[in-house]
Design a protein. Structure first.
Length: 318
C-alpha cells in the first residue's frame, strides 16, 4: 500500500527530467534508468538467493526466475511464480512504468503525449483499483486478463498520475519556483498550510503505528495530499525540507525501501520470542523497525550502491 507513493514521486521526477534537463532518447533513458536500478537489484538477488538456500527452499524455478529479476522482466506478463523476491515486483513495475510514460512523452507531440498519458493513467487506475486491488493472491503474482500484470498497472497509474499532477501545478497553473519561494512566515496562510502539512503527516504516522481501520485507497490519498503540499511549499514542513535535508535523505530512500523487507523479517523472528516487550512498548517496537531499516539503507548506499553506480557511470560514460 505504501509503494504507490513511490510511483507517484517517480512521476514527479520524470516530469522534472523532461522539463529541466537535456532531452534523452528513449534508448538512452532506458539504459540510464536500468543502470540506476542495477546495483540494488544485483545485491538484492544475491541476498535473497542466499536466504532461500539457507532455508532449504532453493529450486530450479528460483534459479531461472532470478534471470528475469535481474533484467526486471517479472512484471511484463511473464509467469513468475516465486515469492522469495517480493520487492522485485516494485522495482520491475517502477522501471517499465517510467519507460512507458517517458516513451509516450518523447514519441508524441506535447498535446498528444499528455492526452495519451492521461488516457493510460485513467485506464490503468480503473483496472488496478477496481479489479486487482483486493484480489492479489498471497502465493503467486496475478495477471489481469492474462497479460496485464497488476504491479505494472499500479506502476503506470502512479507514475502517470505523478507526471500529470506536476504538469498541472507547474505548467498549467504556472506555479513557478519564484512564486513558491515567496513565503511570508508570519502570514495566516503560512500558519494554515503548516497545520495541514502537520495534520497529514501525523495522520500517516497514526495509520502506520496505530493500525486504524482505514482502507488502502484512503491511505494512498493522504500520502498524495502530503506530497502535493510539499510541492506547493506553503507551510513549515515543506520549507524545512528545502534546507537540503530532503536531498540528503532522498539518496538513501531507494536502498531503505529495497532492503526493508529483510530487516522486517529478521525483526519479526526476533520479536516473536519477546511478545511481552512488543505489547508493552508498541511505539518503541515500531521505532526499532524504522531505525534499523534506515541504518541498513544508509550502509548499503555508502558501501555498495554509490560505489557500484559510480563505476557503471564511468564504464558506460553516462
Amino acid at each position: 500500500m505504501g509503494a504507490y507513493i513511490f510511483y507517484f514521486i517517480s512521476g514527479i521526477f520524470l516530469y522534472y527530467t523532461n522539463r529541466n534537463k537535456e532531452v534523452w532518447s528513449v534508448t538512452k533513458y532506458t539504459v540510464k534508468r536500468y543502470l540506476r536500478f542495477f546495483p540494488l537489484v544485483f545485491l538484492y538477488i544475491i541476498v535473497a538467493v542466499l536466504i532461500v538456500i539457507h532455508n532449504n527452499n532453493f529450486s530450479a524455478s528460483t534459479f531461472s526466475n532470478s534471470f528475469l529479476y535481474l533484467f526486471l522482466l517479472n512484471s511484463t506478463g511473464l509467469p513468475v511464480m516465486d515469492t522469495s523476491f517480493s520487492v522485485m515486483n516494485f522495482l520491475s513495475s517502477l522501471f517499465w512504468a517510467s519507460v512507458i510514460v517517458y516513451s509516450l512523452r518523447r514519441f508524441l507531440e506535447e498535446k498528444y503525449s499528455l492526452f495519451a498519458i492521461s488516457l493510460i493513467t485513467i485506464i490503468t487506475t480503473l483496472f488496478y483499483f477496481n479489479y486487482a486491488f483486493e484480489q492479489i493472491p498471497t502465493n503467486y503474482f496475478q495477471n489481469v486478463y492474462v497479460i496485464f500484470d497488476v504491479f505494472l498497472l499500479k506502476g503506470i497509474s502512479g507514475v502517470g498520475f505523478g507526471y500529470l499532477v506536476s504538469y498541472l501545478l507547474f505548467d498549467k497553473f504556472n506555479l513557478s519556483e519564484k512564486r513558491r519561494e515567496e513565503v511570508d512566515y508570519k502570514s495566516f496562510s503560512f500558519f494554515l498550510w503548516s497545520l495541514i502539512e502537520i495534520a497529514l503527516l501525523l495522520s500517516l504516522c497514526y495509520c502506520t503505528v496505530g493500525f486504524p481501520k482505514i482502507s488502502n485507497n484512503e491511505f494512498i490519498f493522504v500520502q498524495i495530499l502530503l506530497v502535493v503540499c510539499f510541492l506547493l511549499k506553503k507551510g513549515a514542513l515543506s520549507n524545512l525540507f528545502e534546507t537540503g535535508l530532503s536531498e540528503k535523505l532522498g539518496r538513501y530512500v531507494f536502498a531503505i525501501y529495497v532492503f526493508h523487507n529483510f530487516i522486517v523479517d529478521a525483526l519479526v523472528l526476533f520479536f516473536l520470542k519477546h511478545r511481552l516487550f512488543v505489547e508493552q512498548h508498541i511505539l518503541l517496537h515500531t521505532l526499532i523497525y524504522i531505525i534499523s531499516s534506515v541504518l541498513i539503507g544508509v550502509i548499503v548506499y555508502h558501501l555498495f550502491e554509490k560505489p557500484f553506480a559510480d563505476f557503471l557511470k564511468k564504464k558506460f560514460k553516462i
